[in-house]
Design a protein around this ligand. Structure first.
Ligand code: ADP
Ligand code: MG
Length: 253
């Protein structure tokens, strides 16, 4: 796919300003955001991706941010732009949390941040639901199992550092699976003050929830709900390597 990049100077013009200052902004806010991007060494932006706002394509949209593909030092990065109607007044906390999970090699790599932006590794992939649907042919069960195992291991690492993602029950929005790498995203609602329940939440979302669970079941026979809940209960009581390994065994991973 040819990617057309637009210089950040052009972002003050319609329709681009509608993304930089989503959903509504003043000229002043747009200009201030453009100089913020200059400081972050973001040179240009490409409007490509699976989601659209008006006529422009973007990588994704949430309640806090709009994410677009950008170029920084000639490398592709994902740029999360703070929505002007977001509950958050700045991106600092999210960047701090992302940096923390990066310390155990989880999440997209954080490159930089400012008041209104987070610059991070671009994950070229798909949301888990779509990805599972696209699995075909022999070996798909093996591929699915190893990916789920990778995701669970990331969750275990987060549990181990006392970090709770907070939104893993909606797994379809928060895991991106690419050719080389799969990653948990969006640490916006995370906390280091709650008791972590990453492994538990994601296991429930993958194996017990109705959406992804049904898709997984079509590819490999998953154990009974009772068995899974039993293993999760043991894990909840003691989040040790041993009880995590037991969970993987029960899940046939
Ligand atoms: N690093 C990334 N690489 C590619 N796409 C991303 C990346 N981060 C986020 N996205 C896309 O942007 C969407 C919104 O990002 P997210 O961080 O969930 O925003 P919010 O905090 O507003 O919910 C995601 O669902 C995903 O599709
Ligand atoms: Mg989100």
């Amino acid at each position: 796919m040819a990617r057309h990049f637009i210089s950040i100077k052009k972002l003050s013009e319609e329709p681009y300003s509608g993304i930089l200052g989503y959903p509504k902004s003043t000229k002043r806010q747009i200009n201030s955001r453009i100089s913020e991007l200059e400081k972050l060494q973001i040179k240009s932006i490409s409007f490509t991706g699976p989601t659209t706002i008006g006529k422009l394509e973007i990588l994704g949209k949430g309640y806090v941010g709009i994410v677009v593909l950008a170029k920084r030092k000639s490398k592709y990065v994902a740029l999360k732009i703070r929505r002007l109607d977001s509950q958050r007044t700045e991106m600092k906390n999210e960047a701090k949390l992302l940096k923390l999970v990066n310390s155990v090699n989880v999440g997209p790599k954080l490159f930089d941040h400012s008041k209104n932006f987070v610059v991070m590794e671009y994950l070229d992939g798909e949301k888990i639901g779509k990805w599972i649907n696209s699995l075909k042919g022999r070996g798909r069960s093996k591929k699915l199992k190893s990916t789920i195992k990778d995701i669970l291991q990331d969750c275990f690492k987060l549990d181990q550092i006392g970090f709770d993602h907070g939104e893993l029950s909606s797994i379809s929005k928060h895991v991106i699976i690419g050719e080389k790498k799969c990653a948990i995203i969006d640490f916006e609602s995370s906390s280091t003050k709650r008791r972590p329940s990453n492994v538990t939440s994601i296991t429930q979302a993958i194996f017990i929830g109705s959406g992804i669970g049904k898709q997984v079941q079509k590819i490999y026979k998953i154990p009974s709900k009772e068995k899974i809940i039993g293993a999760l209960r043991i894990y909840k009581q003691n989040q040790s390597q041993e009880s995590f390994d037991n969970l993987l065994k029960v899940l046939k991973l």
